[in-house]
Design a binder for this molecule. Structure first.
Ligand SMILES: Cc1cc2nc3c(=O)[nH]c(=O)nc-3n(C[C@H](O)[C@H](O)[C@H](O)COP(=O)(O)OP(=O)(O)OC[C@H]3O[C@@H](n4cnc5c(N)ncnc54)[C@H](O)[C@@H]3O)c2cc1C
Length: 408
């Protein structure tokens, strides 16, 4: 491996102190194993790493949080963006400028100081850039649209050098970078439009396993008539019988309905009432600051090995719900986390500038996720589910295809 020049951030090679720590991310399965890791601290560092890999014909990858890592790199150059975590809010223009390694949590916090909210998702620790390159379906997705619709500009480094990309400067590249997932160059910064949201009404309602089939039927009817300001989803899984799991979930199959509404609490309560009347639920909804929106999902904080896939659906047909529960429900031979997100609303509107989001008119997203157990069982089960729901499937969303060999 040749020496890399003009890098001010740390550089790691296999065997160096810090090499393993730099590669650790949220996804534990299939870590990258590069010959060189550049801990980029600036655009100049990214340029040097991109030039080095181009000059020597080396494969290259980028990593921030590791939430969305796919095929692991064997050899070559990994650009680690974690040190580039800058966030700048322009409250008058309602725009956040974020650097390559920024995660959602600091953007949510900085925007909230001005009564604003970004199009952030269920995990505050996911990286803004990786999430937004894949479209980005947020906690308020039906109200705010795709995160990628809100991108004003992208700073990008390719083998040709750095460039500032906007809808006017380079419409083709601007479109390709918004929604198809990663793949072109290294983004060093993005400008993203914020929304005037500081408080929401919502929370999580739990539904016991024996009512989950009824819940999916009720959810289909309920979501058919909702205003765009109400974004919701269902997550269902068998909770392990472990001491760290809350008592009411331990050892049980439970579905969680996650609700976020941007109108008044009274109107939110009225909108949710038909769903609560249709199936027995526990849990309370209420007003909360947007800074606590991710608590509605309560994603696990601990890194773990996972694999998963998804289907953008044209309908939540009863046969889809049956397939999901029969194949990947409580009796599945492999633990599966099932999720149905209600899309539509602002997500279905055409973007202001052309983009690469596929199937933006899909009304639902079905996802399935399992722990990697060293066998082919999770992948086989996920494939069986995808095959059964194929008649209603429009395609896949890049953000919800997890693990090596994930299909997008
Ligand atoms: C627990 C959890 C919750 C999630 N919730 C949501 C959600 O609510 N909505 C949603 O839409 N998605 C969600 N996702 C999916 C998430 O948006 C994707 O996994 C996304 O790829 C994560 O980006 P990252 O930078 O954090 O991850 P990384 O694994 O660090 O990066 C993912 C990929 O993005 C690319 N990339 C990252 N940074 C750059 C860069 N600077 N330049 C070029 N390419 C880059 C790289 O190809 C990299 O392989 C969730 C994922 C998890 C694990």
């Amino acid at each position: 491996m040749n020496v890399i020049e003009n890098v001010s951030g740390p550089v790691f090679r296999p065997g160096d102190d810090g090499y393993g720590a730099e590669l650790a991310g949220y996804q534990v399965a299939h870590p990258h194993r590069p010959d060189l890791v550049v801990g980029a601290t600036s655009v100049a560092d990214v340029e040097a790493a991109v030039r080095h890999s181009a000059d020597h014909g080396l494969p290259m990858a980028v990593e921030n949080s590791g939430h969305g890592r796919r095929e692991p790199l064997a050899g070559g150059v990994l650009i680690s963006t974690r040190r580039m975590g800058g966030v700048r809010i322009d409250p008058r223009a309602r725009v956040a400028r974020v650097e390559a390694g920024t995660r959602w949590a600091p953007v949510v916090a900085a925007a909230a100081e001005h009564g604003l909210a970004p199009p952030s998702g269920s995990s505050p620790e996911a990286g803004v850039v990786g999430y937004t390159l894949g479209g980005g379906i947020g906690v308020l997705a039906r109200d705010l649209g795709w995160a990628s619709d809100r991108v004003r500009s992208i700073d990008l480094v390719t083998a040709d050098g750095p460039r500032h990309v906007t809808a006017d400067s380079d419409p083709g590249l601007f479109a390709t970078l918004r929604g198809a997932g990663a793949g072109i160059g290294v983004v060093t910064a993005m400008e993203i439009e914020l929304a005037p949201v500081s408080r929401i009404y919502g929370g999580t309602l739990s539904v016991a396993g024996e009512h989950v089939r009824d819940l999916l039927a009720a959810y289909r009817d309920w979501t058919a008539g909702l205003p765009d300001g109400l974004t919701s989803s269902i997550g269902a899984l068998p909770y392990p019988d472990l001491p760290m799991v809350p008592e009411h979930l331990r050892g049980r199959y439970v579905a969680q309905v996650r609700i976020a509404w941007t109108g008044s609490p009274a109107e939110g309560e009225r909108l949710v009432a038909p769903l609560r009347a249709a199936v027995p639920t526990t849990g309370a909804l209420g007003e909360l600051p947007y800074t606590q929106a991710a608590t509605i999902f309560n994603e696990p904080a601990e890194p773990h090995p996972y694999t998963g896939t998804n289907a953008m659906l044209n309908a939540l047909d009863p046969a889809v719900a049956d397939a999901a529960l029969d194949i990947a429900g409580p009796d599945a031979p492999v633990m599966c986390v099932l999720s149905v997100r209600h899309l539509g609303g602002a997500l279905a509107r055409p973007p202001a500038a052309p983009d690469a989001v596929a199937h933006r008119d899909a009304p639902y997203l079905l996802t399935v996720l399992s722990l990697v157990d060293g066998t082919e069982k999770p992948a086989r089960l996920h494939q069986e589910l995808m095959d059964r729901v194929a008649p209603w499937t429009l395609g896949r969303n890049p953000n919800f295809s997890f693990g090596a060999r994930a299909r997008s």
